[in-house]
Design a protein around this ligand. Sequence first.
Ligand SMILES: [Fe+2]
Ligand SMILES: [Fe+2]
Length: 474
Amino acid sequence: MGLFFPKYQWNDGPYLILKGNSETSITICWITSKKKNSYLTWGASDSNLDKNEVSTKKRFHSVTLNNLSSDSIYFYTIKEDLSLYSEGTVFSFSTAKNMDSNKEIDFIIAGDLQPKNDYTLKTNNILARQIDKENPDFIIQTGDLVQIGNIEKYWHYLMKSLPVMASARSILPVVGNHEYYLFHKNKNFKSYFPYNFPGKKSAYYSKDIGDIHLTFLDPYDGGFAGLSSRISKEQKKWFIKDLEKAVGHGTGWIFVVLHQAVLSNGEYSGDIKLQEWILPILSKFDVDAVFWGHAHLYEHWRYNYGKNGYVLNPEDNPGKNPLDFFCIGSSGASLESNFKLFTHKPFKKKKIKWFNKENGIAERTSVQFPWNREVYFEGEIDIDQYKKEDQHYYHLPFDKEGNYPEDRSVSYNTENKWYGYMYGENTLHYAKVKIKNSVCTISIRYADGTLLSGPDGTLPQEFLLKKKTRVASQ
Ligand SMILES: [Fe+2]
Ligand SMILES: [Fe+2]
């Protein structure tokens, strides 16, 4: 292997992950070019880093600091010359606020990164600097961090911008199909982000931060499945238990994050198998919002499962509230317009069986058409999209009266009305989530931090969610 894939030759990092309690601990990660002992010093004052830690004989170093005070600033330095920072650089981070303090919690959701050439290294850097400027409490990432998971060079490319946003706060990523490339599974992902994964071969996990429950899925742990997901039986069982537990201990907010697009109007359509499995569960547990990536653009659905009388399983008991689905698909990755967004052939997907108490079974097939290249507005040069191909192509699937037309140069999928498709735009972006007391605000931002607002600012992407009351099942 060494002949084709040269050994890692860089010292990279640092970046933070959150293995323990967010109020009292943090895990600092960095990588050395070879296995060695590596040293970290830290403390509560930047002029007095009085504590020393050693990480022994490794390339992937991670040191967890425990017993920290909540809502406090700490400082640290790594005794290595790192590719982005010379030895002696002092970094800082804050521990989470006390759960009962009613203070606002802010976090960012970043999309696909996949730095692979000069252009995407630049877009990744622009986004990482902007996300750092937002100063969130933590960052979630929707997968496809790297272009090819088993080639070390691409992980080094990721490390050219990841520390810019994640050396001062933790990052909680999900595994993407590009981390699984080529046939190496999720091994590098788990080495770079050593969370406590409950499944031995899988990379799913969950985390509670204050009043927020976050579930991170691994759509590919059930074996190779080409372009679609394949989720192991263990993970399916775990997912339900995880949500039951969250509801059981009365958590205020539940968000689910996964890489694979459950629904999509991008170059590929949504994942039917995934839809049939996950939609009834998301509705039953009344999750607040679901975030995925994979399609390198932004899309939003507001879907009320079962409201039209149709469910996927006759015994389903759907929740009353609509579900917000977001595709946060590019915080640096080459935009969907560079793939077959305008040129793919219309594709038909396998039928889905829906059940209705009065009408019995309805079989529905979705047909997806390419995007209309005529529908776009221009982006700003050098801040946002600075390549001609990367204009803000958008997808507004309904007319002024709110009707979804049959015209497939306006609404690109025959099922857009069924799933409550609201808006899509080919643009670099990220999501910002603010939670204070019983209100959550989700806003989608362009690369320069302004609100994603569509053509002439007519479609501001900002959504208010109110805290739901969930009843634990017996
Ligand atoms: Fe992907
Ligand atoms: Fe991707």
